[in-house]
Design a protein around this ligand. Structure first.
Ligand SMILES: [Ca+2]
Length: 149
């Protein structure tokens, strides 16, 4: 008897998954740095290996783009929060450095995009082919819906 076909690709999570888009910071939108940092996106490494985020981008539908620096290595299963305002980057959160909001409070989408055009990246050993195969991630978006306040 043949083993059943497993549609692995269809169910596989993107390597870097957008967990949450906290698009409406608490209180009035006064553009204070604290308020800007009340806007954030949390991503997660869904794989069992560390992912070098260098060159990957996070952007919204309007095209505002954050590019991850070369010093962000997201450990296996780890989360990282990207806040809209200014601050010092750490292991659990990084800062976009903007003085204006990114995420529209009514409707927006978040996208994570790989840095690599396949075959051109100089990824770490064992990393490159997996990254480049993660095409679902390139187009994956997370629409914002009311209710996450
Ligand atoms: Ca907002």
């Amino acid at each position: 008897m043949l083993a059943p076909a497993v549609p692995a690709q269809a169910t596989r999570l993107p390597a870097v998954q957008i967990m949450k888009v906290y698009y409406d910071s608490p209180g009035s939108d006064l553009r204070s740095n604290a308020s800007l940092n009340g806007e954030y996106v949390t991503i997660r490494n869904t794989t069992r290996r560390a992912i070098d985020l260098a060159g990957r981008t996070l952007r919204d539908k309007a095209g505002y783009t954050y590019t991850f620096g070369g010093d962000v290595l997201l450990g296996a299963g780890k989360k990282l929060t990207i806040r809209s305002g200014q601050g010092g980057d750490g292991t659990s959160s990084v800062f976009w450095g903007r003085r204006a909001y990114v995420w529209n409070n009514d409707k927006d989408s978040a996208y994570i995009r790989n840095a690599c055009g396949c075959g051109t990246t100089t990824g770490r050993p064992g990393n490159q082919s997996t990254d480049c195969a993660d095409t679902p991630e390139d187009t994956r978006s997370r629409s914002l819906h009311a209710g996450t306040s």
